[in-house]
Design a protein around this ligand. Structure first.
Ligand code: ATR
Length: 286
């Protein structure tokens, strides 16, 4: 039972249910003997300002932010870090001395997940599928790490806009490829060492879909990181396995973005093994 003295953090989204973040953070608090609670905070879009200010009013020390609030929440905060501004999204709020600071731990989480899987993005050639919110964090991370990026998206205008934004930020050149070009994509993958799927294609309930256009081949030299974690084993990762490539599932990024948020809130290193075990167990139950 929660006590009046319990320290609170939570997840603002709409709708919010069955959150793996709640499971991993609560497991971490409990394992360290912290009297902390991670609460689900459904906030309707038209109540986002009230909801965000409510965090401070109710004494929350922080929150995670998810769909559809990651962009809109920025205007309700006292400060937004340069990284979150560059990515264009806040996934973590820290309330410190009454100030609400928005930050983004997705890019760092993505990089840590990659490195833990043995992939070093510095100087690597990477192909990124998708140009939405998740792609922005991935592009930021890859370009900051000095990777060369080819961006592939269904809607080419969206990819072009994203490329312009990041080329300006990083003084880098981003190659664009349309999804219709199976030959071009196979060639780009032949020269790359990393493929990242940031689209939701393959997510439950459409588990038989793959974000790779038909006719595109994967080579055994590739690491393939699917950010979809529901299911953990996606059609794309199966194709990677069959090709002898290295499959990397989406739980690594989820874990490490959460671990970074945990440390910002608590000031302590995150108990990674506990959080990983909680995620493993919860994702098996799904
Ligand atoms: P998020 O913010 O979670 O990344 P999003 O903004 O909806 O989600 O972006 C999802 C990305 O996946 C987009 O690049 C989208 O392509 P479009 O820009 O053409 O919309 C891509 N995507 C979503 N569904 C897709 C599908 N069925 N086939 C190919 N791409 C898809």
């Amino acid at each position: 039972m929660e006590q009046g003295t319990t320290t609170r953090v939570g997840l603002m989204g709409w709708p919010v249910r069955h959150s793996l973040s709640a499971v991993m953070h609560q497991a971490a608090f409990d394992a360290l003997g912290l009297d902390w609670a991670y609460l689900l905070l459904p906030v309707a879009p038209e109540r986002l300002g009230d909801g965000t200010r409510g965090l401070r009013g109710l004494g929350f020390v922080g929150a995670n932010v998810t769909v559809p609030h990651k962009e809109a929440v920025m205007r309700h905060l006292d400060e937004v870090t340069m990284e979150a501004r560059a990515i264009g999204a806040v996934n973590t709020i820290v309330v410190r001395e009454g100030r609400m600071v928005g930050t983004n731990t997705d890019a760092l989480g993505f990089l840590r997940g990659l490195r833990e899987a043995g992939v070093e993005p510095r100087g690597a050639r990477a192909v990124v599928l998708g140009a939405g919110g998740a792609a922005r964090a991935v592009l930021y991370a890859l370009l900051a790490a000095g990777a060369q990026v080819t961006l592939v998206n269904r809607t080419s205008a969206r990819a072009a806009a994203l490329a312009r934004r990041f080329e300006g930020l990083f003084q880098a050149k981003i190659r664009l490829l349309g999804p219709g070009s199976a030959g071009g994509l196979t060639q780009a993958l032949g020269q790359a060492t990393l493929l990242v799927n940031t689209t939701p294609v393959g997510m439950t309930p459409h588990v038989d879909r793959s974000p790779l256009p038909a006719g595109v081949r994967l080579g055994s030299h590739l690491a393939v990181n699917d950010l979809v974690y529901n299911p953990r084993r996606t059609r794309l990762l199966d194709a990677a396995r069959v090709a002898g490539a290295t499959p990397i599932d989406g739980l690594g990024m989820l874990l490490h973005q959460g671990a970074a948020a945990f440390s910002l809130w608590t000031g302590r290193p995150a108990p990674l093994d506990i959080m990983r075990a909680a995620l493993d167990a919860a994702s098996r139950e799904r």
